[in-house]
Design a protein around this ligand. Structure first.
Ligand code: MF3
Ligand code: CO
Length: 256
């Protein structure tokens, strides 16, 4: 069953997404060579809690932190710790928050200082693919339009979409129906309806799509060791274009 949210509920989810965006904004100002990923996580938790919200990932299936911080070849679910960021790193940060019973969730990949042209292109293609998915998020169309739109954009540019992890419905729980893969074919291909709220989150690898999970049970890295990027927005299906409930990168960076 895919929940259809009222406009009031969509506003509540947007509030939770705003908290997540504020945490991303705080971290953006701290990302530089020498900062430890655990320091970033501590600030993310402070921001979330100062908004009266709760970190959504902490305790989720035993996940130990507020943010997932995945560096370079790490794809998703990197656990913050003593690792220091270095010039040239690609850092993917994913944060979730729960406020007033509704969840928000957003991921962004950022360059630490100067990164290679391939890494820059990987980030750009991943971000663009997310917006291809958002453009296909229209009532009356089917889910496959989103998934296929992302996959086509990515693969036409010679990079690859991760299969092991997918986007999801979101609202009263962090992960709701339907799964939102970044590839086809789908097991189920529901028609999109007004009020559906989806977390669309392409994970794109510079090399092969294969991912391996580390002994910590969480950190997923590319099997070939090449870098990966991750961008995630939460969108509500409306009458025309989808409404993006998460902050735009401009809002995060410019502090509006
Ligand atoms: N954005 C990811 C997701 O929605 C992050 C989940 S991390 C976890 O699936 F720790 F909560 F699992
Ligand atoms: Co998500």
């Amino acid at each position: 069953m895919i929940a259809l949210r009222t406009d009031r509920e969509i506003d509540r989810i947007r509030e939770s997404c705003r908290v997540v965006g504020l945490a991303h904004r705080a971290l953006r100002g701290l990302i530089r060579p020498g900062v430890k990923t655990a320091e970033l996580d501590r600030v993310a938790e402070e921001v979330v809690r100062s908004c009266g919200a709760t970190p959504a990932f902490k305790g989720y299936h035993g996940y130990p932190a507020t943010a997932c911080i995945s560096v370079n070849e790490q794809v998703v679910h990197g656990i913050p710790g003593d690792r220091e960021l270095r010039e040239g790193d690609l850092v993917s940060i994913d944060i979730g928050a729960k406020l007033g019973g509704y969840y928000g969730d957003q991921a962004l990949t950022t360059a630490v200082g100067e990164v290679s042209p391939e890494a820059q292109r990987l980030m750009r293609v991943t971000r663009e693919s997310l917006f291809k998915g958002i453009e296909a998020s229209r009532a009356g169309q089917r889910l496959a339009g989103i998934c296929g739109g992302i996959q086509r954009w990515v693969e036409a540019r010679g990079v690859s979409v991760v299969r092991q992890f997918v986007g999801h419905g979101i609202g009263r729980r962090l992960h709701e129906e339907p799964p939102v893969p970044n590839y086809l074919p789908l097991d189920r291909n529901p028609r999109l309806r007004r009020g559906m709220v989806l977390a669309i989150e392409p994970m794109v690898n510079l090399g092969k799509p294969d991912v391996v999970v580390a002994g910590d049970g969480w950190t997923a890295s590319t099997a070939d060791g090449l870098p990966s990027a991750h961008f995630e927005h939460v969108v509500a299906i409306m009458d025309g274009d989808a409404r993006i409930l998460t902050m735009t990168e401009e809002e995060i960076v410019d502090g509006k």
